[in-house]
Design a protein around this ligand. Structure first.
Ligand SMILES: O=C(O)CCC(=O)C(=O)O
Length: 245
């Protein structure tokens, strides 16, 4: 392991997530935000969920919620997904020099837009329990990463994680997390721009609407162990191969 300590590795598989602050500089984040803004402007020209120039623009109640494979719009957004500061950590967590990138996604949460993400495990979206997915390493075989672009505060719809929720594997929550599990120990991520959260596919997480006057934008990149995924994703098909030197 070259990019994280044994303690960080253990924390990832125990608590379900690790956070590395200041992984990107404010100047880099500002440049990524310029690209994100252009993607947002494109979204304003579209009315409903659709494919557009090889990205999938997803709307929630008339507002843009996420842009799937956003890097198809902006080279810089795609480049972040191959940045060694992210992929090196993921490589250590998955014990693999080869990664299969499935997700390169911008999440927009603008003041008052009502956009929210119900509590879920990413394993649901990957197709765990179906023939779309093989959990090769028995530990999830997947790492999701979130680069914070705007400061994430208690007020602007931050991500909330349920610590240790990943320890029981896939829970089949199906949008009923509130009924099926105890969410009383949720942890709110209050993070500065440039910080990155790394979390496992079984870690329960979600976020509430942004009721502040500050935007909350994040860039998500997600990586599987090669061979785990058999599902086609918008923009990248079976995924992009990344080799970490
Ligand atoms: O943008 C959010 O708050 C939700 C992010 C999320 O669900 C994910 O990264 O899987």
């Amino acid at each position: 392991m070259n990019n994280i300590t044994q303690a960080q590795y253990d924390e990832f598989y125990d608590r379900g997530f690790i956070i590395i602050e200041n992984l990107f500089t404010q100047q880099e984040v500002d440049e990524i935000l310029e690209s994100a803004h252009r993607v947002y402007e494109t979204a304003q020209t579209l009315e409903k969920t659709c494919m557009h120039n090889n990205s999938r623009f997803v709307f929630q109640n008339g507002n843009i919620q996420r842009v799937v494979w956003a890097g198809a719009q902006e080279e810089r957004i795609l480049a972040v997904g191959a940045d060694k500061r992210i992929t090196g950590v993921v490589s250590d967590l998955l014990n693999s020099k080869k990664l299969n990138q499935l997700i390169n996604q911008l999440h927009f949460k603008m003041p008052g837009d009502g956009v929210a993400f119900a509590y879920h495990q990413d394993s649901e979206n990957r197709g765990y329990g179906t023939e779309d997915w093989t959990d090769i390493d028995g530990k999830g075989s997947y790492v999701q990463t979130t680069l914070v672009l705007d400061e994430m505060t208690n007020e602007n719809g931050p991500l909330n994680f349920l610590p240790y929720s990943g320890k029981n594997g896939h829970l089949y929550l199906n949008n009923k997390a509130e009924e099926k599990i105890d969410l009383s120990t949720l942890v709110t991520l209050e993070l500065k721009p440039g910080s990155v959260a790394f979390f496992g596919p079984y870690t329960v997480h979600g976020s509430l609407p942004n009721n502040s006057d500050q935007s909350r934008r994040i860039l998500i990149n997600g990586y599987a162990l090669p061979g785990a995924n058999k599902k086609e994703y918008p923009g990248c098909g079976l995924g992009r191969e990344i080799t970490v030197d």
